[in-house]
Structure formats: structure tokens, C-alpha cells
Design a protein around this ligand. Sequence first.
Ligand code: ARG
Length: 458
Amino acid sequence: MSKLWGGRFTKETNKLVEEFTASISFDQKLAKEDIAGSLAHVQMLGECGIIPKEDAETIKQGLLKIKEKVDQNEVEFLVEDEDIHMNIEKLLIEEIGAVGGKLHTGRSRNDQVATDMHLYLRTKTTEIIKLVEDVQLSIIKQAKENIETLIPGYTHLQRAQPVSFAHHLMAYFWMFERDKERLVDSLKRINWLPLGSGALAGTTFPINRGKVAEILGFETIYPNSMDAVSDRDFILEFLSIGSIIMTHISRLSEEMVLWSSQEFQFIELDDSFCTGSSIMPQKKNPDVPELLRGKTGRTYGNLIGLLTVLKGLPLAYNKDLQEDKEGMFDTVETLEGSLKLLAPMIETMTVNKDIMRKAINNDFSNATDIADYLVTKGLPFREAHEVIGKIVLYSIQSNKFLLDLSMEEYKQFSDLFENDIFEVLAPEHVVAVRNSFGGTSPNQVKQQIKLAEEKIQQ
Ligand code: ARG
């Protein structure tokens, strides 16, 4: 059988052109969606009397047979047949004969491919939402074990104020919560049906787009056929949400790389998530978080790639649009792989509570609390800040930390100091008094985790 569109041509396609223009090597991932779209289309054609009911039934049975073969990996897709749409149509005609040629009535590959991708992204978005949630659950699990675990909190990667380790981890829970919200919201736009738009202008046949939408579970029908066949903003949206998710994964990964280093030793990653060095036997490398961080780059690339493809395109369909697929598949696969690893990696890491605690004893992260102390005794904050600056300088010069200074030493800087300063400076106290909503006190962190669990259950 020659090309489905061969009628107008007098020459064979150049082999290189055939290979260059074909998309079957990657769009075969859409086989299931393509068949689902065709099944809905042919049912509608039959019900609307556009093709005889018996023909619609024969086509349906043929499509189901092909689906079975695809599921069993029994079909061979051909580059000569260019893309998944024409490959399946050819297989159909081979399977049931010329009547298979009626399937494409009132339809174009342009509305067909757009529909396939909407269907594909709907399934993938729903799966990815679930995977993000698995990561959130593993964060909650670790957080619950570490409400009272103290870790230095940083700004500028300089120790700032001690915080609950659970609080630090839960920051990521909320990032992922917003990511999930973004994904859920994007489903509204993924759920627009392009099919029935024809090549660009609609069709002369009395089709029923509502019926197709109903069969395929779409909520909205694109009201403009030209928009429908050339819109890829639902993919852009997915790629941007995917990039944001990977940004969050990357930041957390970076922390895990830092925390598991010899310099920090705050956590130890489970052996099953690390690899060794071929030359240095002592090494245990955090390859997984490093790769998660590294793979973020390709998702940005996929987003920028598609933005660039689209920016200069006149309406309606242009072959450039075929370039929308590989980046989309790549981001889907990157997200799936990354989220699936991140959840168990968080869950299985060992938290070195003692080392974290020691780090806090050996820093000035309680300095703000002396300032607040003097303020409650009536000193203006600016003056208090100045006094503490001097105390910190003195401590550094005498090789001490704030809890090592004696009452006499404190008195040299201000006679507002009393014995209770030592309680105020204890790290547990420093954390416990940050009890404002969203703060790091164990009390607040418990409430935060409760709120998080409620979110998950919704
Ligand atoms: N393989 C094509 C793509 O992915 C399908 C649509 C082809 N349409 C056309 N008019 N050549 O975009």
C-alpha cells in the first residue's frame, strides 16, 4: 500500500525527507490515545448517520484488535507511514479492508494529534499528582520524627537562627502542595476537546462534538477550530509546572547533598541511594540527589524549546508543531523518575540529631534572642542590636559562645542583664518562643503538620 496522501504526487518521497519528517519513532507513545480518539470519533460518525452503523461497528472491532496487538507489542510501526495516526489507519485498513478508510471522515490529523496529546497529558498529569503526593507523605513522615530536632536555620548559608528540622522539611511540603494545585488547575484546560475542528476550519459533515466530548470525558469543547488545532499552551503550562516542580526537587536535593557531606554530616543517605567511586574506596556519593538537581536543566530546556517553536508560528497548523512532543515526553519521564526516587530517599535517610544539635551549640544563632531580651527590658531595638554586636565581637575574640559568658561578662555590656538570660539563650527556648503562626516552635510545627495532613486527605 502506498502513502495515504499519495494521490497528488508523481514521485516517491526522498528517503531522507521521509526520515526527517516522520514522527513515528516518538509519537508511537500516543498509540493508546490515538485509538481511544478514533473509537470515540467513529462511534459519533455512526450515531450521526455520517457513515453506516455497520461500518462504524466494523471499524470499532478493527481498532480494538489493533489495540490488543499494540498492548501485546505485536505491531511494527513504519517510518514510511510517517506518524502514529497514519500507521494506525494503515493497520486498520489492512485488518478490515477498504471500509477502514471511512474512519478519517470529518477529521484531520491536525485535530486528531491535538486530541491525542490532550488525552495523554490528562493521564500523565493525574499520575504525576499522585507521585507528588507520595513525596509529600514521605516529608510528613520524616517531619513527624523530627519536630523537636534542632538544626541551624540559614540565610546566605550563614547560620541565622535555630529551627526545627521538621519545619525545614515541611517548607518543601508546601512547595509541592502548590505544585499539585497548579497541576490540578491545569486539568481544566487540558480538558478542552480539539476533535471536530478538521484541518483548521471545521467540517462539512453534521458531526456532534458534544458526543465525542462526552465519550472521551472532556469538559469543554474548543469554540474556535483554528485555535483548537494550533494551541499548544496546555503543553507549555505542563512544561512550566514541570520545571517548577523540578526546581523544588533540585533545591531539596542540593540540601541533601550539602547535609550528607563530611562538612555537615547532618544526614546520611541510605546506602541503596548512593554509589561508590571507582578509584577512591572511602567514598559514598549522593548520586541520586545530584542527578535530580542535574536533570532539572533538561526540563527548563523543554519549556524554552517549545516556547521558541511557538513564538513565530502563524495560524493554524504548521509542521513545526510536531516538535511539541519529545520535550513533553521527556519532561513527563523526568518527573516520573525523579518523584519516584525522591519519596523513598527522604523516607530512608538517617537524621544525625546529635550532630545537628552540636552545630547549634557552637554558633551565635541565638544572638537575636539577646536583642529581643534587652528590648523587653526597655532598651530600643537599635541600641540592643549595637550591644549584642559588641558582645558577639567580644565572644569571638575570647573564643567563646554566648552561653559560655558569665554574668559578670554580660553586666559589662548592660546592667539590664539578669540570670534569666541563660534560659533565654538555650536553643530549645529560642525555638519554642518563635510561636507565631507559621513559625518554628514545636507547637506551631505540630499544627502545621496537622494542616498538611488535612490537605492530603482532601
Ligand atoms: N505528526 C504530526 C504532528 O505531530 C501530525 C499532524 C500532521 N498534520 C499535517 N498537516 N501534516 O504534528
